[in-house]
Design a protein around this ligand. Structure first.
Ligand code: ATP
Ligand code: MG
Length: 276
């Protein structure tokens, strides 16, 4: 549920010592390292996402996303267009800065993401999602039963709506970019996240995200209506996510049929009639 705290407020320790414990995952565009940070007499584990040099990376779609990446100087923009080395570096740092900014923004908005720690030159650090030194699996590797799948699908719809309320669309959502930790979904990987207000294709990206994630749930017996989910995510008033997470809205949510209608309108009507 958005805003539900994954970590206590004082989980992080001062940066006295960092020890690299190894690589968690090597992807096409990044490596994620496990790092132990010790400070104030405690040690906590961090995940450090480091981006590969621009030249070695497979930027398939980055052109689509460039337009909304904030200001940058004209010299930078010219260099990026001409694909000079300086341009590559500028693009790389905008790319990293974009992902970091999105993580910080979404965390502040109460979306369930790893708490951000700090920006580095070639990446950033965030809380390690795992138990002991074992990383949480991706949702794609977990075969949820239908009852749990329904519960998690609705939780993820709340997350999507909270993101849209915070003016963001994930842009690369699927069961590969959701970690499964302590029976809860945690969203990761905001490299393709776009601003709803300024990005011309935000709505198409949101629809694509819903379908990409929905595929995993459909295979586990969850039915949903894409247009209904889309409309619902888009009409969410800002700030509501926080109220839902505080529990105050649990009742409203049931009244609204947020759970039932997305799944089966007929069943939902029957459910409401039975409750009345
Ligand atoms: N905070 C975290 N805690 C634990 N594991 C993480 C964390 N962040 C990322 N990972 C692991 O690293 C993998 C890659 O991270 P991410 O999806 O952000 O990068 P990516 O460049 O998209 O990689 P890929 O090309 O594999 O999709 C994740 O699938 C997950 O297994
Ligand atoms: Mg990923």
């Amino acid at each position: 549920m958005p805003g539900g705290d994954l970590f206590p407020a004082d989980w992080l320790v001062p940066a006295e010592l960092h020890e690299h414990l190894g690589i968690l995952k090597t992807g096409k565009e990044s490596e994620v390292h496990l790092v132990a940070r010790t400070g104030g007499g405690r040690t906590v584990l961090l995940a450090e996402k480091r981006f590969k040099a621009r030249e070695r990376r497979a930027f398939r779609n980055d052109f689509i996303y460039r337009g909304s990446w904030g200001e940058g100087s004209r010299r930078e923009s010219r260099a990026i267009k001409k694909a000079t080395r300086f341009g590559h570096e500028a693009l790389q740092s905008r790319w990293i800065g974009n992902e970091w900014d999105n993580l910080v923004h979404l965390h502040a908005a109460g979306v369930t993401v790893p708490p951000p720690v700090e920006l580095l030159e070639d990446g950033y650090r965030m809380a390690f999602i795992g138990d002991g030194r074992v990383a949480a699996p991706r949702l794609s590797a977990i075969d949820l039963d239908t009852t749990t799948a329904k519960r998690v699908w609705y939780e993820l719809l709340e997350e999507l709506a909270a993101m849209v309320a915070a003016d963001r669309v994930h842009g690369d959502l699927s069961a590969y970019n959701v970690l499964w930790w302590r029976e809860r979904p945690v969203l990761i990987d905001f490299s393709q996240t776009v601003d709803v207000i300024t990005h011309a294709s935000a709505r198409e990206l949101l629809a694509r995200d819903i379908d990409a994630l929905g595929g995993y749930f459909t295979r586990r017996g969850v039915r949903y209506d894409r247009d209904w989910v889309l409309a619902r995510a888009e009409t969410r008033e800002p700030g509501r996510a926080a109220r839902v997470s505080s529990g105050a809205c649990e009742e409203d949510r049931r009244e609204e049929g947020w759970r039932e209608e997305a799944d089966d309108p007929q069943e939902a009507r029957a459910g409401r009639a039975a409750r009345a």
